[in-house]
Design a protein around this ligand. Sequence first.
Ligand SMILES: Nc1ncnc2c1ncn2[C@@H]1O[C@H](COP(=O)(O)OP(=O)(O)OP(=O)(O)O)[C@@H](O)[C@H]1O
Length: 479
Amino acid sequence: MTETRTILVADDDRAIRTVLSQALGRAGYTVRATSSAATLWRWVEEGIGDLVITDVIMPDENGLDLVPRIKRVRPELRVVVMSAQSTFMTAVKAAQRGAFEYMPKPFDLKELLAVVSRALTAPAVAVPQEEEAEGERLPLIGRSAAMQEIYRTVARLTTTDLTVMITGESGTGKELVSRALHDYGRRRTGPFVAINMAAIPRELIESELFGHERGAFTGALSRGVGRFEQAAGGTLFLDEIGDMPPEAQTRLLRVLQEGEFTTVGGRNPIKANVRIVAATHRDLRQAIRQGLFREDLFYRLNVVPIRLPPLRERAEDIPLLARHFLDRAKAAGLPGKQLDQGAVDRLRQHSWPGNARELENLMRRLAALYPQEVIGGDAVANELAEAEPVAEMEARASETLEQAVERHLSSFVAAQKDGLPVRDLYERVLAEVERPLLRLALAATRGNQIKAAAMLGLNRNTLRKKIRELDLPVVRGLS
Ligand SMILES: Nc1ncnc2c1ncn2[C@@H]1O[C@H](COP(=O)(O)OP(=O)(O)OP(=O)(O)O)[C@@H](O)[C@H]1O
Protein backbone atom coordinates (compact mmCIF):
# COMPACT_ATOMS: atom_id res chain seq x y z
CA MET A 1 0.00 0.00 0.00
CA THR A 2 1.33 3.41 -0.87
CA GLU A 3 1.52 5.96 1.86
CA THR A 4 -1.00 8.78 1.54
CA ARG A 5 0.48 12.15 0.78
CA THR A 6 -0.17 15.06 3.08
CA ILE A 7 -1.22 18.42 1.75
CA LEU A 8 -0.94 21.59 3.81
CA VAL A 9 -3.64 24.17 3.07
CA ALA A 10 -3.46 27.76 4.34
CA ASP A 11 -6.33 30.16 3.73
CA ASP A 12 -8.14 32.53 6.07
CA ASP A 13 -11.41 31.85 4.29
CA ARG A 14 -13.13 28.98 6.06
CA ALA A 15 -15.29 28.11 3.04
CA ILE A 16 -12.23 27.59 0.87
CA ARG A 17 -10.54 25.45 3.53
CA THR A 18 -13.64 23.27 3.73
CA VAL A 19 -14.04 22.87 -0.01
CA LEU A 20 -10.36 22.07 -0.52
CA SER A 21 -10.21 19.66 2.41
CA GLN A 22 -13.22 17.76 1.11
CA ALA A 23 -12.05 17.60 -2.49
CA LEU A 24 -8.50 16.61 -1.60
CA GLY A 25 -9.75 14.12 1.00
CA ARG A 26 -12.00 12.49 -1.58
CA ALA A 27 -9.04 12.25 -3.93
CA GLY A 28 -7.22 10.23 -1.27
CA TYR A 29 -4.91 12.82 0.25
CA THR A 30 -4.46 13.64 3.92
CA VAL A 31 -5.16 17.33 4.49
CA ARG A 32 -4.06 19.73 7.20
CA ALA A 33 -5.72 23.10 6.97
CA THR A 34 -5.03 26.35 8.80
CA SER A 35 -6.10 29.98 8.64
CA SER A 36 -2.71 31.35 9.58
CA ALA A 37 0.65 31.67 7.89
CA ALA A 38 2.37 31.08 11.26
CA THR A 39 0.85 27.60 11.64
CA LEU A 40 1.72 26.72 8.06
CA TRP A 41 5.28 27.79 8.67
CA ARG A 42 5.50 25.67 11.85
CA TRP A 43 4.31 22.57 9.95
CA VAL A 44 6.84 23.22 7.22
CA GLU A 45 9.68 23.60 9.74
CA GLU A 46 8.63 20.37 11.47
CA GLY A 47 8.99 18.54 8.17
CA ILE A 48 5.27 17.85 7.82
CA GLY A 49 3.54 17.71 4.43
CA ASP A 50 4.35 16.80 0.82
CA LEU A 51 2.79 19.87 -0.80
CA VAL A 52 1.67 23.36 0.25
CA ILE A 53 -1.37 25.20 -1.09
CA THR A 54 -1.42 28.73 0.24
CA ASP A 55 -3.48 31.86 -0.14
CA VAL A 56 -1.70 35.22 -0.53
CA ILE A 57 -3.50 37.58 1.85
CA MET A 58 -3.65 36.08 5.34
CA PRO A 59 -4.04 38.01 8.60
CA ASP A 60 -0.54 37.42 9.91
CA GLU A 61 1.61 37.21 6.79
CA ASN A 62 1.55 37.41 3.03
CA GLY A 63 1.64 33.92 1.51
CA LEU A 64 3.94 35.12 -1.27
CA ASP A 65 6.57 36.15 1.31
CA LEU A 66 6.44 32.66 2.72
CA VAL A 67 7.38 30.96 -0.56
CA PRO A 68 11.11 31.85 -0.62
CA ARG A 69 11.40 30.98 3.08
CA ILE A 70 9.81 27.57 2.48
CA LYS A 71 12.12 27.01 -0.50
CA ARG A 72 15.14 27.80 1.66
CA VAL A 73 14.36 25.28 4.41
CA ARG A 74 12.75 22.60 2.23
CA PRO A 75 13.75 23.16 -1.42
CA GLU A 76 11.93 20.02 -2.58
CA LEU A 77 8.57 21.00 -1.09
CA ARG A 78 6.34 22.38 -3.81
CA VAL A 79 4.10 25.35 -3.21
CA VAL A 80 0.91 26.20 -5.06
CA VAL A 81 -0.17 29.82 -4.58
CA MET A 82 -3.83 30.81 -4.93
CA SER A 83 -5.04 34.36 -4.95
CA ALA A 84 -8.17 36.41 -5.42
CA GLN A 85 -6.07 39.43 -6.31
CA SER A 86 -5.56 37.95 -9.76
CA THR A 87 -3.22 40.67 -11.00
CA PHE A 88 -0.34 40.23 -13.39
CA MET A 89 2.11 41.10 -10.61
CA THR A 90 0.79 38.35 -8.30
CA ALA A 91 1.42 35.83 -11.06
CA VAL A 92 4.91 37.21 -11.72
CA LYS A 93 5.85 37.26 -8.02
CA ALA A 94 4.61 33.71 -7.48
CA ALA A 95 6.71 32.45 -10.41
CA GLN A 96 9.82 34.39 -9.46
CA ARG A 97 9.71 33.35 -5.82
CA GLY A 98 9.67 29.71 -6.83
CA ALA A 99 5.99 28.69 -6.59
CA PHE A 100 5.20 25.55 -8.56
CA GLU A 101 1.93 26.95 -9.82
CA TYR A 102 -0.28 29.96 -9.41
CA MET A 103 -4.07 29.61 -9.33
CA PRO A 104 -6.23 32.72 -9.65
CA LYS A 105 -9.48 32.44 -7.63
CA PRO A 106 -12.06 31.27 -8.34
CA PHE A 107 -10.62 28.13 -9.86
CA ASP A 108 -11.99 24.86 -10.98
CA LEU A 109 -11.52 22.06 -8.41
CA LYS A 110 -10.70 19.61 -11.18
CA GLU A 111 -7.94 21.89 -12.34
CA LEU A 112 -6.59 22.19 -8.81
CA LEU A 113 -6.54 18.40 -8.42
CA ALA A 114 -4.65 18.12 -11.70
CA VAL A 115 -2.10 20.66 -10.47
CA VAL A 116 -1.75 18.81 -7.16
CA SER A 117 -1.13 15.52 -8.88
CA ARG A 118 1.42 17.14 -11.19
CA ALA A 119 3.16 18.85 -8.28
CA LEU A 120 3.50 15.56 -6.42
CA THR A 121 4.81 13.57 -9.36
CA ALA A 122 6.77 16.00 -11.55
CA PRO A 123 10.49 15.25 -11.52
CA ALA A 124 12.47 17.53 -9.28
CA VAL A 125 14.19 20.32 -11.11
CA ALA A 126 16.35 22.85 -9.37
CA VAL A 127 14.36 26.06 -9.61
CA PRO A 128 16.82 28.91 -9.30
CA GLN A 129 15.55 31.72 -7.13
CA GLU A 130 15.05 34.61 -9.47
CA GLU A 131 16.29 38.03 -8.57
CA GLU A 132 12.98 39.82 -8.37
CA ALA A 133 11.92 42.46 -10.86
CA GLU A 134 10.93 45.49 -8.86
CA GLY A 135 8.07 47.92 -9.31
CA GLU A 136 4.83 47.95 -11.23
CA ARG A 137 6.16 49.75 -14.23
CA LEU A 138 4.06 48.09 -16.82
CA PRO A 139 0.54 47.11 -15.96
CA LEU A 140 -1.27 44.48 -17.95
CA ILE A 141 -4.92 45.08 -17.19
CA GLY A 142 -7.77 42.58 -17.15
CA ARG A 143 -9.26 40.03 -14.78
CA SER A 144 -11.02 37.85 -17.32
CA ALA A 145 -10.20 34.14 -17.32
CA ALA A 146 -8.48 34.60 -20.67
CA MET A 147 -6.14 37.26 -19.28
CA GLN A 148 -5.47 35.19 -16.13
CA GLU A 149 -4.27 32.39 -18.32
CA ILE A 150 -1.96 34.82 -20.10
CA TYR A 151 -0.57 36.17 -16.83
CA ARG A 152 0.24 32.64 -15.73
CA THR A 153 2.03 31.84 -18.96
CA VAL A 154 3.91 35.14 -19.09
CA ALA A 155 4.86 34.84 -15.41
CA ARG A 156 6.26 31.36 -15.94
CA LEU A 157 8.15 32.53 -19.00
CA THR A 158 9.92 35.28 -17.05
CA THR A 159 12.01 32.57 -15.41
CA THR A 160 13.17 31.12 -18.76
CA ASP A 161 14.77 32.24 -22.02
CA LEU A 162 12.39 30.25 -24.23
CA THR A 163 11.35 31.65 -27.61
CA VAL A 164 7.80 32.99 -27.60
CA MET A 165 5.32 33.49 -30.43
CA ILE A 166 2.53 35.97 -29.69
CA THR A 167 -0.50 36.00 -31.97
CA GLY A 168 -3.54 38.22 -31.84
CA GLU A 169 -5.46 40.82 -33.78
CA SER A 170 -4.11 44.30 -34.17
CA GLY A 171 -4.15 46.27 -30.91
CA THR A 172 -4.60 43.29 -28.57
CA GLY A 173 -1.41 44.04 -26.65
CA LYS A 174 1.21 41.91 -28.43
CA GLU A 175 3.91 44.48 -28.02
CA LEU A 176 2.92 45.13 -24.41
CA VAL A 177 3.21 41.42 -23.58
CA SER A 178 6.60 41.24 -25.29
CA ARG A 179 7.76 44.14 -23.12
CA ALA A 180 6.40 42.43 -20.01
CA LEU A 181 8.38 39.30 -20.91
CA HIS A 182 11.48 41.45 -21.10
CA ASP A 183 10.89 43.84 -18.20
CA TYR A 184 10.17 41.05 -15.73
CA GLY A 185 12.39 38.42 -17.32
CA ARG A 186 15.98 37.36 -16.74
CA ARG A 187 17.34 39.68 -19.39
CA ARG A 188 15.69 42.82 -18.08
CA THR A 189 19.03 44.56 -17.46
CA GLY A 190 19.86 44.07 -21.15
CA PRO A 191 18.34 45.96 -24.08
CA PHE A 192 14.87 45.45 -25.54
CA VAL A 193 15.11 45.89 -29.30
CA ALA A 194 12.06 45.81 -31.57
CA ILE A 195 11.93 45.49 -35.32
CA ASN A 196 8.74 45.58 -37.36
CA MET A 197 8.98 43.49 -40.54
CA ALA A 198 6.04 45.29 -42.11
CA ALA A 199 7.59 48.73 -41.68
CA ILE A 200 10.93 48.06 -43.35
CA PRO A 201 11.44 47.67 -47.11
CA ARG A 202 11.95 44.00 -47.86
CA GLU A 203 15.38 44.37 -49.37
CA LEU A 204 16.71 46.07 -46.23
CA ILE A 205 15.41 43.57 -43.67
CA GLU A 206 18.46 41.31 -43.66
CA SER A 207 20.88 44.15 -43.14
CA GLU A 208 18.60 45.64 -40.47
CA LEU A 209 18.54 42.33 -38.62
CA PHE A 210 22.09 41.16 -39.01
CA GLY A 211 24.00 44.32 -39.93
CA HIS A 212 26.19 44.82 -42.96
CA GLU A 213 29.80 45.39 -43.86
CA ARG A 214 30.99 48.49 -45.62
CA GLY A 215 30.34 48.14 -49.34
CA ALA A 216 28.04 45.12 -48.92
CA PHE A 217 25.52 46.80 -51.22
CA THR A 218 25.10 50.14 -52.98
CA GLY A 219 24.71 52.78 -50.34
CA ALA A 220 26.42 50.77 -47.57
CA LEU A 221 29.03 53.41 -46.92
CA SER A 222 30.03 52.16 -43.52
CA ARG A 223 29.55 49.07 -41.37
CA GLY A 224 26.00 48.89 -40.01
CA VAL A 225 25.17 47.21 -36.70
CA GLY A 226 22.08 45.00 -36.93
CA ARG A 227 19.34 44.48 -34.37
CA PHE A 228 20.70 41.05 -33.38
CA GLU A 229 23.90 42.74 -32.29
CA GLN A 230 22.10 45.67 -30.65
CA ALA A 231 19.94 43.29 -28.63
CA ALA A 232 22.89 41.24 -27.29
CA GLY A 233 22.18 40.23 -23.70
CA GLY A 234 18.55 41.29 -24.04
CA THR A 235 15.37 40.59 -25.99
CA LEU A 236 14.79 40.90 -29.73
CA PHE A 237 11.14 41.52 -30.59
CA LEU A 238 10.34 40.47 -34.16
CA ASP A 239 7.03 42.21 -34.81
CA GLU A 240 4.85 41.23 -37.78
CA ILE A 241 7.02 38.16 -38.38
CA GLY A 242 4.45 36.96 -40.94
CA ASP A 243 5.58 39.77 -43.23
CA MET A 244 9.18 38.59 -43.33
CA PRO A 245 10.43 38.01 -46.89
CA PRO A 246 11.54 34.46 -47.82
CA GLU A 247 15.31 35.11 -48.01
CA ALA A 248 15.31 36.73 -44.59
CA GLN A 249 13.28 33.79 -43.24
CA THR A 250 15.94 31.38 -44.46
CA ARG A 251 18.68 33.42 -42.89
CA LEU A 252 16.82 33.73 -39.59
CA LEU A 253 16.21 29.99 -39.51
CA ARG A 254 19.91 29.36 -39.93
CA VAL A 255 20.71 31.73 -37.08
CA LEU A 256 18.22 29.99 -34.80
CA GLN A 257 19.67 26.60 -35.70
CA GLU A 258 23.30 27.55 -35.38
CA GLY A 259 23.15 30.18 -32.66
CA GLU A 260 25.33 32.53 -34.67
CA PHE A 261 25.00 34.90 -37.59
CA THR A 262 27.10 36.78 -40.09
CA THR A 263 26.52 40.33 -41.26
CA VAL A 264 25.47 40.97 -44.86
CA GLY A 265 28.75 40.88 -46.78
CA GLY A 266 30.61 39.65 -43.69
CA ARG A 267 32.34 36.35 -43.04
CA ASN A 268 33.03 36.10 -39.34
CA PRO A 269 30.28 34.42 -37.38
CA ILE A 270 28.98 36.37 -34.40
CA LYS A 271 27.35 34.54 -31.47
CA ALA A 272 23.67 35.37 -31.16
CA ASN A 273 22.83 36.23 -27.56
CA VAL A 274 19.18 37.23 -27.65
CA ARG A 275 15.86 36.00 -26.40
CA ILE A 276 13.47 36.02 -29.32
CA VAL A 277 9.87 37.07 -29.00
CA ALA A 278 7.96 37.10 -32.29
CA ALA A 279 4.49 38.46 -32.96
CA THR A 280 2.00 38.48 -35.80
CA HIS A 281 -1.63 39.24 -36.49
CA ARG A 282 -1.54 36.82 -39.43
CA ASP A 283 -2.57 33.19 -39.43
CA LEU A 284 0.85 31.66 -39.91
CA ARG A 285 -0.47 28.17 -40.52
CA GLN A 286 -2.38 29.50 -43.47
CA ALA A 287 0.70 31.43 -44.64
CA ILE A 288 2.60 28.12 -44.48
CA ARG A 289 -0.04 26.42 -46.62
CA GLN A 290 0.20 29.26 -49.13
CA GLY A 291 3.96 28.85 -49.27
CA LEU A 292 4.55 32.30 -47.79
CA PHE A 293 6.06 31.23 -44.49
CA ARG A 294 8.64 28.49 -43.83
CA GLU A 295 7.22 25.70 -41.75
CA ASP A 296 10.58 24.85 -40.18
CA LEU A 297 11.02 28.47 -39.09
CA PHE A 298 7.51 28.46 -37.65
CA TYR A 299 8.34 25.50 -35.41
CA ARG A 300 11.57 27.14 -34.28
CA LEU A 301 9.68 30.26 -33.25
CA ASN A 302 6.48 28.71 -31.95
CA VAL A 303 8.18 27.17 -28.89
CA VAL A 304 5.70 28.77 -26.51
CA PRO A 305 2.63 30.20 -28.27
CA ILE A 306 0.61 32.93 -26.60
CA ARG A 307 -2.70 33.88 -28.19
CA LEU A 308 -4.03 37.24 -27.12
CA PRO A 309 -7.83 37.27 -27.20
CA PRO A 310 -9.63 40.11 -28.98
CA LEU A 311 -11.39 42.55 -26.69
CA ARG A 312 -14.84 41.30 -27.75
CA GLU A 313 -13.97 37.91 -26.23
CA ARG A 314 -13.29 39.47 -22.86
CA ALA A 315 -15.90 42.19 -22.55
CA GLU A 316 -15.74 41.99 -18.74
CA ASP A 317 -12.29 43.63 -18.93
CA ILE A 318 -13.58 46.66 -20.83
CA PRO A 319 -14.63 48.81 -17.81
CA LEU A 320 -11.30 48.22 -16.07
CA LEU A 321 -9.32 48.95 -19.23
CA ALA A 322 -11.38 52.04 -20.00
CA ARG A 323 -10.65 53.43 -16.53
CA HIS A 324 -6.99 52.59 -16.93
CA PHE A 325 -6.82 54.46 -20.23
CA LEU A 326 -8.62 57.48 -18.73
CA ASP A 327 -6.04 57.52 -15.93
CA ARG A 328 -3.29 57.35 -18.52
CA ALA A 329 -4.83 60.21 -20.49
CA LYS A 330 -4.94 62.25 -17.27
CA ALA A 331 -1.32 61.45 -16.49
CA ALA A 332 -0.50 62.71 -19.98
CA GLY A 333 -2.07 66.08 -19.15
CA LEU A 334 -5.67 65.63 -20.37
CA PRO A 335 -8.60 66.43 -18.03
CA GLY A 336 -9.65 63.64 -15.65
CA LYS A 337 -12.98 61.95 -16.49
CA GLN A 338 -15.40 59.39 -15.06
CA LEU A 339 -17.73 57.06 -16.96
CA ASP A 340 -21.32 56.55 -15.88
CA GLN A 341 -23.10 53.20 -16.11
CA GLY A 342 -24.65 54.07 -19.48
CA ALA A 343 -21.20 54.78 -20.90
CA VAL A 344 -19.84 51.50 -19.60
CA ASP A 345 -22.80 49.59 -21.03
CA ARG A 346 -22.33 51.20 -24.41
CA LEU A 347 -18.62 50.33 -24.39
CA ARG A 348 -19.43 46.72 -23.65
CA GLN A 349 -21.77 46.50 -26.64
CA HIS A 350 -19.20 47.64 -29.17
CA SER A 351 -17.31 44.99 -31.16
CA TRP A 352 -13.85 46.66 -31.00
CA PRO A 353 -12.23 45.78 -34.30
CA GLY A 354 -9.22 47.82 -33.17
CA ASN A 355 -9.14 46.16 -29.73
CA ALA A 356 -7.35 47.80 -26.78
CA ARG A 357 -5.76 50.41 -29.01
CA GLU A 358 -9.18 51.51 -30.29
CA LEU A 359 -10.46 51.74 -26.71
CA GLU A 360 -7.42 53.73 -25.69
CA ASN A 361 -7.89 56.20 -28.55
CA LEU A 362 -11.56 56.57 -27.73
CA MET A 363 -10.82 57.33 -24.07
CA ARG A 364 -8.27 59.94 -25.13
CA ARG A 365 -10.77 61.58 -27.45
CA LEU A 366 -13.45 61.63 -24.76
CA ALA A 367 -11.03 63.14 -22.25
CA ALA A 368 -9.89 65.78 -24.72
CA LEU A 369 -13.19 66.74 -26.38
CA TYR A 370 -15.95 66.52 -23.77
CA PRO A 371 -16.27 69.27 -21.18
CA GLN A 372 -18.37 67.36 -18.64
CA GLU A 373 -16.54 65.41 -15.96
CA VAL A 374 -18.86 62.43 -16.08
CA ILE A 375 -19.15 60.90 -19.53
CA GLY A 376 -22.48 59.32 -20.46
CA GLY A 377 -23.62 56.68 -22.92
CA ASP A 378 -24.59 59.26 -25.57
CA ALA A 379 -21.12 60.76 -25.72
CA VAL A 380 -19.64 57.29 -26.14
CA ALA A 381 -22.18 56.42 -28.85
CA ASN A 382 -21.40 59.68 -30.69
CA GLU A 383 -17.68 59.12 -30.65
CA LEU A 384 -18.04 55.49 -31.70
CA ALA A 385 -20.22 56.57 -34.62
CA GLU A 386 -17.65 59.21 -35.55
CA ALA A 387 -14.95 56.61 -35.76
CA GLU A 388 -17.08 54.20 -37.80
CA PRO A 389 -14.89 52.50 -40.38
CA VAL A 390 -17.39 53.55 -43.07
CA ALA A 391 -16.82 57.19 -42.20
CA GLU A 392 -13.12 56.54 -42.25
CA MET A 393 -13.32 54.90 -45.66
CA GLU A 394 -15.33 57.78 -47.03
CA ALA A 395 -12.73 60.17 -45.74
CA ARG A 396 -10.09 58.15 -47.48
CA ALA A 397 -11.96 58.06 -50.75
CA SER A 398 -11.80 61.84 -51.01
CA GLU A 399 -8.20 61.98 -49.92
CA THR A 400 -5.65 63.37 -52.38
CA LEU A 401 -2.61 61.28 -53.27
CA GLU A 402 -0.42 63.63 -51.30
CA GLN A 403 -2.62 63.28 -48.19
CA ALA A 404 -2.63 59.50 -48.55
CA VAL A 405 1.14 59.39 -48.86
CA GLU A 406 1.47 61.66 -45.87
CA ARG A 407 -0.81 59.44 -43.79
CA HIS A 408 1.14 56.40 -44.82
CA LEU A 409 4.47 58.05 -44.07
CA SER A 410 3.43 59.19 -40.62
CA SER A 411 2.33 55.69 -39.68
CA PHE A 412 5.57 54.35 -41.16
CA VAL A 413 7.54 56.76 -38.99
CA ALA A 414 5.36 56.04 -35.96
CA ALA A 415 6.00 52.33 -36.46
CA GLN A 416 9.74 52.86 -36.00
CA LYS A 417 9.80 51.62 -32.44
CA ASP A 418 13.03 53.35 -31.50
CA GLY A 419 11.84 56.63 -32.97
CA LEU A 420 13.61 58.75 -35.49
CA PRO A 421 16.16 59.15 -36.90
CA VAL A 422 15.79 56.13 -39.15
CA ARG A 423 18.63 55.50 -41.55
CA ASP A 424 18.30 55.94 -45.31
CA LEU A 425 14.78 57.31 -45.05
CA TYR A 426 14.76 58.74 -48.56
CA GLU A 427 15.69 55.46 -50.18
CA ARG A 428 13.36 53.46 -48.00
CA VAL A 429 10.36 55.59 -48.75
CA LEU A 430 11.05 55.54 -52.47
CA ALA A 431 11.43 51.77 -52.32
CA GLU A 432 8.03 51.60 -50.60
CA VAL A 433 6.44 53.55 -53.43
CA GLU A 434 8.24 51.73 -56.21
CA ARG A 435 6.82 48.28 -55.58
CA PRO A 436 3.10 49.19 -55.73
CA LEU A 437 3.75 51.52 -58.64
CA LEU A 438 5.38 48.82 -60.74
CA ARG A 439 2.75 46.31 -59.73
CA LEU A 440 0.05 48.73 -60.77
CA ALA A 441 1.67 49.39 -64.17
CA LEU A 442 2.10 45.66 -64.77
CA ALA A 443 -1.49 44.95 -63.81
CA ALA A 444 -2.78 47.75 -66.03
CA THR A 445 -0.86 46.39 -69.01
CA ARG A 446 -1.73 42.79 -68.12
CA GLY A 447 1.92 41.94 -67.58
CA ASN A 448 3.17 43.41 -70.84
CA GLN A 449 6.56 44.73 -69.85
CA ILE A 450 7.08 46.77 -72.98
CA LYS A 451 3.81 48.63 -72.47
CA ALA A 452 4.40 48.93 -68.73
CA ALA A 453 7.86 50.41 -69.34
CA ALA A 454 6.36 52.93 -71.77
CA MET A 455 3.63 53.79 -69.32
CA LEU A 456 6.15 54.38 -66.56
CA GLY A 457 8.58 56.21 -68.81
CA LEU A 458 11.26 53.70 -67.97
CA ASN A 459 13.70 51.87 -70.17
CA ARG A 460 12.61 48.25 -70.71
CA ASN A 461 15.81 46.83 -69.27
CA THR A 462 15.56 49.07 -66.24
CA LEU A 463 12.04 47.78 -65.63
CA ARG A 464 13.22 44.16 -66.00
CA LYS A 465 16.00 44.79 -63.51
CA LYS A 466 13.63 46.39 -61.03
CA ILE A 467 11.14 43.54 -61.36
CA ARG A 468 13.94 41.14 -60.48
CA GLU A 469 15.25 43.26 -57.62
CA LEU A 470 11.81 43.76 -56.10
CA ASP A 471 10.92 40.13 -56.65
CA LEU A 472 7.68 41.06 -58.42
CA PRO A 473 5.61 38.26 -59.93
CA VAL A 474 5.93 38.06 -63.71
CA VAL A 475 2.87 36.90 -65.63
CA ARG A 476 4.41 35.02 -68.51
CA GLY A 477 2.71 34.58 -71.85
CA LEU A 478 1.11 37.98 -71.65
CA SER A 479 4.19 40.09 -72.33
N1 LIG B 1 -4.13 44.16 -21.27
C1 LIG B 1 -3.79 45.44 -21.47
N2 LIG B 1 -3.67 46.25 -20.41
C2 LIG B 1 -3.31 47.56 -20.56
N3 LIG B 1 -3.07 48.12 -21.74
C3 LIG B 1 -3.19 47.37 -22.83
C4 LIG B 1 -3.54 45.98 -22.76
N4 LIG B 1 -3.57 45.49 -24.00
C5 LIG B 1 -3.23 46.50 -24.82
N5 LIG B 1 -2.99 47.63 -24.13
C6 LIG B 1 -2.61 48.95 -24.71
O1 LIG B 1 -3.22 49.05 -25.98
C7 LIG B 1 -2.33 49.60 -26.94
C8 LIG B 1 -2.10 48.61 -28.07
O2 LIG B 1 -1.30 47.53 -27.60
P1 LIG B 1 -0.06 46.95 -28.43
O3 LIG B 1 0.63 48.02 -29.19
O4 LIG B 1 0.75 46.13 -27.51
O5 LIG B 1 -0.88 46.01 -29.44
P2 LIG B 1 -0.34 45.09 -30.64
O6 LIG B 1 -1.09 43.84 -30.56
O7 LIG B 1 1.15 45.03 -30.60
O8 LIG B 1 -0.86 45.91 -31.90
P3 LIG B 1 -0.37 45.83 -33.43
O9 LIG B 1 -0.51 44.42 -33.88
O10 LIG B 1 -1.32 46.74 -34.11
O11 LIG B 1 1.05 46.33 -33.42
C9 LIG B 1 -1.07 49.96 -26.20
O12 LIG B 1 -1.12 51.32 -25.79
C10 LIG B 1 -1.11 49.06 -24.98
O13 LIG B 1 -0.42 49.65 -23.90
